[in-house]
Design a protein around this ligand. Sequence first.
Ligand code: FES
Length: 137
Amino acid sequence: MTLSHLEASGLVTLPTPQATTRIAAAVRGRARTWTPVCAYTDLLPERGACALVDGHQIAIFRTFDGALYAIGNRDPFSGAHVLSRGIVGTRNGEPTVASPMYKQVFSLVTGVCLDDPDVSVPVYAIRLNDNVVEVGR
Ligand code: FES
């Protein structure tokens, strides 16, 4: 099944062109190895999941619009690996996650902390390959 088949089936809504462009810009130029992490249907909308890729904990999110995002799981304020357990939301239309520790909000698109823009978490490439979610590093 291709992505367009999934989209036609209503199972997947592709990210907005703006989000796709911004994600592409954020991860542009990096060498990329794609690691399959789970089935798309394993991800519940607005609930994060944690994947271990090459020894790195990566927080993966599927938003209500069907888009996928991947950021580092480590909350830089507390040092705890908890961002996959944060509350997903939006701020000014930007998809976000709030750390369950001290509640700082991070952009899922850029990884920047919207409460303290000097702080950010890594952003990873993420894609759908048939029904399999893959993270790129
Ligand atoms: S190990 Fe995944 S959230 Fe803590």
